[in-house]
Write a protein that binds this ligand. Structure first.
Ligand code: DP6
Length: 337
Protein backbone atom coordinates (compact mmCIF):
# COMPACT_ATOMS: atom_id res chain seq x y z
CA UNK A 1 0.00 0.00 0.00
CA UNK A 2 1.22 3.58 -0.59
CA UNK A 3 3.33 5.51 1.89
CA UNK A 4 1.68 8.84 2.64
CA UNK A 5 3.33 11.80 4.38
CA UNK A 6 1.29 14.56 6.03
CA UNK A 7 2.27 17.73 7.85
CA UNK A 8 0.34 19.48 10.64
CA UNK A 9 0.94 22.31 13.10
CA UNK A 10 0.13 22.44 16.79
CA UNK A 11 -2.57 24.94 17.65
CA UNK A 12 -2.84 27.55 20.36
CA UNK A 13 -6.22 27.83 22.07
CA UNK A 14 -7.54 31.39 22.33
CA UNK A 15 -10.60 30.02 24.13
CA UNK A 16 -9.57 26.88 25.98
CA UNK A 17 -10.99 23.39 26.15
CA UNK A 18 -10.97 22.30 29.81
CA UNK A 19 -13.30 19.55 31.00
CA UNK A 20 -14.83 16.61 29.14
CA UNK A 21 -18.39 15.35 28.95
CA UNK A 22 -17.17 11.95 27.68
CA UNK A 23 -13.73 10.79 28.78
CA UNK A 24 -13.50 7.91 26.31
CA UNK A 25 -14.63 9.66 23.13
CA UNK A 26 -12.86 12.93 24.07
CA UNK A 27 -16.03 14.98 23.89
CA UNK A 28 -15.54 18.42 25.44
CA UNK A 29 -17.86 20.32 27.76
CA UNK A 30 -17.30 23.61 25.95
CA UNK A 31 -16.61 25.05 22.50
CA UNK A 32 -13.09 26.40 21.92
CA UNK A 33 -11.27 28.63 19.41
CA UNK A 34 -7.66 28.28 18.28
CA UNK A 35 -5.02 29.34 15.81
CA UNK A 36 -2.47 27.03 14.20
CA UNK A 37 1.17 27.81 14.98
CA UNK A 38 3.19 28.13 11.77
CA UNK A 39 6.51 27.95 13.64
CA UNK A 40 6.17 24.31 14.73
CA UNK A 41 5.52 21.26 12.56
CA UNK A 42 4.93 17.54 12.87
CA UNK A 43 5.67 15.49 9.74
CA UNK A 44 4.34 11.93 9.73
CA UNK A 45 4.59 9.11 7.20
CA UNK A 46 2.31 6.07 7.37
CA UNK A 47 2.47 2.86 5.37
CA UNK A 48 0.30 -0.19 5.96
CA UNK A 49 2.12 -3.44 5.21
CA UNK A 50 0.53 -6.90 5.36
CA UNK A 51 3.92 -8.51 6.22
CA UNK A 52 4.21 -6.70 9.61
CA UNK A 53 3.39 -8.54 12.87
CA UNK A 54 2.63 -5.34 14.76
CA UNK A 55 2.54 -1.57 14.30
CA UNK A 56 6.00 0.02 14.23
CA UNK A 57 6.37 3.60 15.41
CA UNK A 58 9.42 5.83 15.33
CA UNK A 59 9.42 9.38 16.74
CA UNK A 60 12.33 11.69 15.95
CA UNK A 61 14.45 8.69 14.99
CA UNK A 62 13.90 6.75 18.22
CA UNK A 63 11.43 4.29 19.70
CA UNK A 64 8.92 6.28 21.73
CA UNK A 65 7.60 5.31 25.15
CA UNK A 66 5.25 2.36 25.53
CA UNK A 67 2.45 4.79 26.40
CA UNK A 68 2.94 6.82 23.19
CA UNK A 69 3.14 3.67 21.03
CA UNK A 70 -0.07 2.31 22.56
CA UNK A 71 -1.85 5.60 21.85
CA UNK A 72 -0.68 5.58 18.21
CA UNK A 73 -1.69 1.92 17.76
CA UNK A 74 -5.13 2.60 19.21
CA UNK A 75 -5.55 5.40 16.66
CA UNK A 76 -4.38 3.19 13.79
CA UNK A 77 -6.95 0.64 14.98
CA UNK A 78 -9.73 3.22 14.48
CA UNK A 79 -8.41 3.91 10.96
CA UNK A 80 -8.23 0.17 10.12
CA UNK A 81 -11.80 -0.32 11.33
CA UNK A 82 -13.03 2.59 9.15
CA UNK A 83 -11.13 1.37 6.08
CA UNK A 84 -11.97 -2.29 6.62
CA UNK A 85 -8.31 -3.40 6.52
CA UNK A 86 -6.27 -5.50 8.94
CA UNK A 87 -2.63 -4.76 7.96
CA UNK A 88 -0.33 -3.23 10.58
CA UNK A 89 1.49 -0.01 9.77
CA UNK A 90 4.90 1.62 9.91
CA UNK A 91 4.79 5.17 11.23
CA UNK A 92 7.66 7.64 11.12
CA UNK A 93 7.06 10.95 12.84
CA UNK A 94 9.22 14.02 13.30
CA UNK A 95 8.60 17.13 15.38
CA UNK A 96 10.42 20.33 14.38
CA UNK A 97 10.22 21.39 18.05
CA UNK A 98 11.16 19.74 21.37
CA UNK A 99 8.40 17.73 23.04
CA UNK A 100 7.27 18.48 26.58
CA UNK A 101 7.80 22.24 26.34
CA UNK A 102 4.17 23.29 26.49
CA UNK A 103 3.46 23.23 22.76
CA UNK A 104 0.98 20.44 22.17
CA UNK A 105 2.84 17.92 20.03
CA UNK A 106 -0.13 15.59 20.55
CA UNK A 107 -2.35 18.01 18.58
CA UNK A 108 -0.07 18.25 15.54
CA UNK A 109 0.91 14.59 15.96
CA UNK A 110 -2.60 13.17 15.87
CA UNK A 111 -3.71 15.59 13.12
CA UNK A 112 -0.82 14.47 10.89
CA UNK A 113 -1.30 10.80 11.81
CA UNK A 114 -5.03 10.97 11.04
CA UNK A 115 -4.52 12.51 7.61
CA UNK A 116 -1.54 10.36 6.58
CA UNK A 117 -3.10 7.21 8.07
CA UNK A 118 -6.51 7.55 6.44
CA UNK A 119 -4.99 8.33 3.03
CA UNK A 120 -2.53 5.46 3.33
CA UNK A 121 -5.49 3.17 4.14
CA UNK A 122 -7.24 4.28 0.94
CA UNK A 123 -9.79 6.60 2.57
CA UNK A 124 -10.58 10.15 1.38
CA UNK A 125 -12.26 11.81 4.36
CA UNK A 126 -13.48 15.41 4.30
CA UNK A 127 -12.23 17.98 6.80
CA UNK A 128 -15.05 17.37 9.32
CA UNK A 129 -14.57 13.61 9.35
CA UNK A 130 -10.79 14.05 9.69
CA UNK A 131 -11.27 16.50 12.54
CA UNK A 132 -13.68 14.15 14.36
CA UNK A 133 -11.27 11.25 13.98
CA UNK A 134 -8.22 13.28 15.06
CA UNK A 135 -10.17 14.23 18.21
CA UNK A 136 -10.21 10.60 19.30
CA UNK A 137 -6.39 10.62 19.40
CA UNK A 138 -6.06 13.90 21.32
CA UNK A 139 -8.97 16.29 21.87
CA UNK A 140 -7.24 19.46 20.70
CA UNK A 141 -5.88 17.67 17.58
CA UNK A 142 -9.27 18.23 15.92
CA UNK A 143 -8.43 21.96 15.74
CA UNK A 144 -5.17 21.32 13.83
CA UNK A 145 -7.07 19.95 10.80
CA UNK A 146 -8.61 23.19 9.39
CA UNK A 147 -6.34 25.97 8.05
CA UNK A 148 -5.74 29.07 10.17
CA UNK A 149 -8.23 29.89 12.94
CA UNK A 150 -10.55 27.08 14.04
CA UNK A 151 -13.63 26.71 16.19
CA UNK A 152 -14.31 23.34 17.84
CA UNK A 153 -17.99 22.82 18.48
CA UNK A 154 -18.55 20.67 21.54
CA UNK A 155 -21.85 19.32 20.16
CA UNK A 156 -24.31 17.34 22.24
CA UNK A 157 -24.12 13.85 20.68
CA UNK A 158 -21.26 11.73 19.36
CA UNK A 159 -20.38 14.32 16.71
CA UNK A 160 -17.77 16.90 17.63
CA UNK A 161 -15.30 18.52 15.27
CA UNK A 162 -13.57 21.79 14.45
CA UNK A 163 -14.38 24.04 11.50
CA UNK A 164 -12.44 26.94 10.03
CA UNK A 165 -13.22 30.34 11.47
CA UNK A 166 -10.80 32.27 9.22
CA UNK A 167 -7.92 31.30 6.89
CA UNK A 168 -4.27 31.93 7.92
CA UNK A 169 -3.91 34.96 5.62
CA UNK A 170 -6.90 36.63 7.31
CA UNK A 171 -4.64 38.14 9.98
CA UNK A 172 -0.84 38.19 10.37
CA UNK A 173 -0.95 37.94 14.15
CA UNK A 174 2.45 37.26 15.72
CA UNK A 175 2.71 34.57 18.34
CA UNK A 176 5.94 34.41 20.33
CA UNK A 177 6.13 31.33 22.53
CA UNK A 178 8.57 31.50 25.43
CA UNK A 179 9.35 27.98 26.58
CA UNK A 180 11.59 26.50 29.22
CA UNK A 181 13.55 23.28 29.56
CA UNK A 182 11.24 20.30 29.18
CA UNK A 183 9.93 19.19 32.54
CA UNK A 184 7.74 16.17 33.02
CA UNK A 185 4.22 17.44 33.60
CA UNK A 186 3.15 16.61 37.14
CA UNK A 187 -0.50 16.42 36.11
CA UNK A 188 -1.44 15.56 32.51
CA UNK A 189 -4.10 17.47 30.57
CA UNK A 190 -6.21 14.34 30.77
CA UNK A 191 -6.15 14.43 34.57
CA UNK A 192 -6.78 18.17 34.46
CA UNK A 193 -9.91 17.68 32.29
CA UNK A 194 -11.12 14.99 34.66
CA UNK A 195 -10.55 17.08 37.77
CA UNK A 196 -12.02 20.35 36.36
CA UNK A 197 -15.67 19.82 37.47
CA UNK A 198 -14.48 19.41 41.08
CA UNK A 199 -13.59 23.12 41.19
CA UNK A 200 -16.28 25.16 42.93
CA UNK A 201 -15.77 27.76 40.17
CA UNK A 202 -16.22 25.44 37.20
CA UNK A 203 -19.92 26.17 36.63
CA UNK A 204 -19.17 29.90 36.70
CA UNK A 205 -16.48 29.39 34.05
CA UNK A 206 -18.86 27.47 31.77
CA UNK A 207 -21.49 30.20 32.14
CA UNK A 208 -18.95 32.90 31.30
CA UNK A 209 -17.71 31.05 28.22
CA UNK A 210 -20.69 31.93 26.01
CA UNK A 211 -19.73 35.60 26.16
CA UNK A 212 -16.01 34.87 25.84
CA UNK A 213 -16.57 32.75 22.72
CA UNK A 214 -18.73 35.44 21.10
CA UNK A 215 -16.15 38.15 21.92
CA UNK A 216 -13.16 36.16 20.66
CA UNK A 217 -14.97 34.97 17.51
CA UNK A 218 -15.98 38.52 16.63
CA UNK A 219 -12.53 39.93 17.48
CA UNK A 220 -10.88 37.39 15.16
CA UNK A 221 -13.31 38.04 12.33
CA UNK A 222 -12.95 41.84 12.68
CA UNK A 223 -9.21 41.74 13.46
CA UNK A 224 -9.88 43.69 16.64
CA UNK A 225 -6.60 43.06 18.45
CA UNK A 226 -7.23 44.95 21.71
CA UNK A 227 -10.51 43.13 22.33
CA UNK A 228 -9.01 39.78 21.35
CA UNK A 229 -5.96 40.20 23.55
CA UNK A 230 -7.76 41.12 26.74
CA UNK A 231 -10.39 38.37 26.28
CA UNK A 232 -7.70 35.75 25.58
CA UNK A 233 -5.63 36.79 28.60
CA UNK A 234 -8.60 36.62 30.98
CA UNK A 235 -9.65 33.30 29.48
CA UNK A 236 -6.21 31.77 30.15
CA UNK A 237 -6.38 32.91 33.77
CA UNK A 238 -9.87 31.41 34.06
CA UNK A 239 -8.49 27.99 33.06
CA UNK A 240 -5.69 28.26 35.60
CA UNK A 241 -8.10 29.33 38.36
CA UNK A 242 -10.04 26.14 37.67
CA UNK A 243 -6.85 24.05 37.69
CA UNK A 244 -5.63 25.61 40.95
CA UNK A 245 -8.97 24.95 42.63
CA UNK A 246 -9.49 21.40 41.27
CA UNK A 247 -9.12 18.22 43.28
CA UNK A 248 -7.16 15.40 41.67
CA UNK A 249 -8.87 12.24 42.91
CA UNK A 250 -5.74 10.05 42.73
CA UNK A 251 -3.51 12.64 44.44
CA UNK A 252 -5.32 13.79 47.60
CA UNK A 253 -2.10 15.40 48.91
CA UNK A 254 -2.45 18.15 46.25
CA UNK A 255 -4.52 21.21 47.12
CA UNK A 256 -4.77 22.05 43.41
CA UNK A 257 -2.94 21.89 40.07
CA UNK A 258 -0.21 24.50 39.58
CA UNK A 259 1.19 24.59 36.06
CA UNK A 260 3.07 27.89 36.54
CA UNK A 261 6.76 28.22 37.28
CA UNK A 262 8.40 31.42 38.58
CA UNK A 263 9.28 32.37 34.97
CA UNK A 264 5.60 32.18 34.02
CA UNK A 265 4.68 34.77 36.61
CA UNK A 266 7.67 36.96 35.70
CA UNK A 267 6.41 37.07 32.11
CA UNK A 268 2.83 37.81 33.18
CA UNK A 269 4.13 40.84 35.09
CA UNK A 270 6.37 41.85 32.17
CA UNK A 271 3.38 41.79 29.76
CA UNK A 272 1.37 44.07 32.03
CA UNK A 273 4.35 46.43 32.30
CA UNK A 274 4.95 46.46 28.51
CA UNK A 275 1.32 47.37 27.92
CA UNK A 276 1.51 50.20 30.48
CA UNK A 277 4.57 51.45 28.56
CA UNK A 278 2.67 51.40 25.25
CA UNK A 279 3.72 48.06 23.72
CA UNK A 280 0.47 46.23 23.05
CA UNK A 281 1.11 42.58 23.84
CA UNK A 282 -1.07 39.97 25.56
CA UNK A 283 -0.34 36.52 26.94
CA UNK A 284 -2.03 33.17 27.03
CA UNK A 285 -1.04 29.96 28.83
CA UNK A 286 -1.81 26.28 28.35
CA UNK A 287 -1.40 23.46 30.85
CA UNK A 288 2.29 24.16 31.46
CA UNK A 289 4.78 26.93 32.29
CA UNK A 290 5.28 28.16 28.67
CA UNK A 291 3.90 31.62 27.87
CA UNK A 292 2.49 32.52 24.46
CA UNK A 293 2.76 36.23 23.65
CA UNK A 294 0.49 37.82 21.05
CA UNK A 295 1.12 41.06 19.15
CA UNK A 296 0.37 42.64 15.81
CA UNK A 297 2.91 42.56 12.98
CA UNK A 298 4.07 46.16 13.46
CA UNK A 299 5.09 45.38 17.07
CA UNK A 300 6.93 42.14 16.37
CA UNK A 301 10.46 43.64 16.46
CA UNK A 302 9.73 45.62 19.64
CA UNK A 303 8.30 42.54 21.35
CA UNK A 304 11.25 40.36 20.33
CA UNK A 305 13.61 42.97 21.72
CA UNK A 306 11.70 43.26 24.99
CA UNK A 307 11.51 39.47 25.49
CA UNK A 308 15.09 39.04 24.36
CA UNK A 309 16.23 41.34 27.17
CA UNK A 310 14.56 39.05 29.74
CA UNK A 311 15.80 35.74 28.36
CA UNK A 312 19.25 35.69 30.01
CA UNK A 313 17.52 35.93 33.41
CA UNK A 314 14.59 33.66 32.62
CA UNK A 315 16.57 31.02 30.76
CA UNK A 316 13.83 30.46 28.19
CA UNK A 317 13.86 30.01 24.44
CA UNK A 318 11.61 31.46 21.72
CA UNK A 319 9.47 30.09 18.94
CA UNK A 320 7.89 32.63 16.61
CA UNK A 321 4.70 31.82 14.67
CA UNK A 322 1.99 33.39 12.57
CA UNK A 323 -1.38 31.72 11.83
CA UNK A 324 -0.49 28.37 10.26
CA UNK A 325 -1.98 26.05 7.66
CA UNK A 326 -4.09 23.03 8.52
CA UNK A 327 -3.09 19.40 8.03
CA UNK A 328 -2.05 18.57 4.45
CA UNK A 329 -0.58 15.70 2.47
CA UNK A 330 2.91 16.52 1.20
CA UNK A 331 3.88 13.20 -0.39
CA UNK A 332 1.99 10.18 -1.62
CA UNK A 333 4.01 7.39 -3.14
CA UNK A 334 3.48 3.84 -4.30
CA UNK A 335 5.34 1.00 -2.62
CA UNK A 336 8.41 1.25 -0.38
CA UNK A 337 9.87 4.50 0.92
C1 DP6 B 1 -4.89 23.40 28.11
O1 DP6 B 1 -6.61 16.86 25.98
O2 DP6 B 1 -6.07 18.15 23.87
O3 DP6 B 1 -4.16 22.90 25.91
O4 DP6 B 1 -3.77 15.67 24.41
O5 DP6 B 1 -2.37 16.55 26.32
O6 DP6 B 1 -2.48 17.80 24.15
P1 DP6 B 1 -3.17 16.86 25.09
O7 DP6 B 1 -4.34 17.77 25.64
P2 DP6 B 1 -5.84 17.94 25.30
O8 DP6 B 1 -6.13 19.30 26.14
C2 DP6 B 1 -5.63 20.54 25.79
C3 DP6 B 1 -5.83 21.48 26.91
C4 DP6 B 1 -5.30 22.88 26.73
C5 DP6 B 1 -6.37 23.83 26.19
C6 DP6 B 1 -6.69 23.70 24.74
O9 DP6 B 1 -5.83 23.36 23.91
O10 DP6 B 1 -7.85 24.01 24.39
Amino acid sequence: MPAVTAVAHPNLALVKYWGQRDLVRQLPLNDSISVNLSGATTTTTVQFDATLDEDEFELDGARPTEKASTRVSAHLEQIRALAGITAYARVWSHNSFPTGIGIASSASGFAALTLAGTRAAGLALDSRALSSLARLGSGSACRSIPHGFAEWRAGTGEESYAVQLAPPEHWDLQIVTVYFDPQPKAISSLEGHRAAPSSPFFEARLQQLGDTLATVRRAVLERDFSTLGMAVEREAISLHLIAMSSRVAEQPQLSGIYYWQPQTLALIHAVQRWRAEGLEVYFTLDAGPAVHLLCEAQNRAALLEAVGALLPTLGGRLLVSTPGMGARVVEEGEGEI
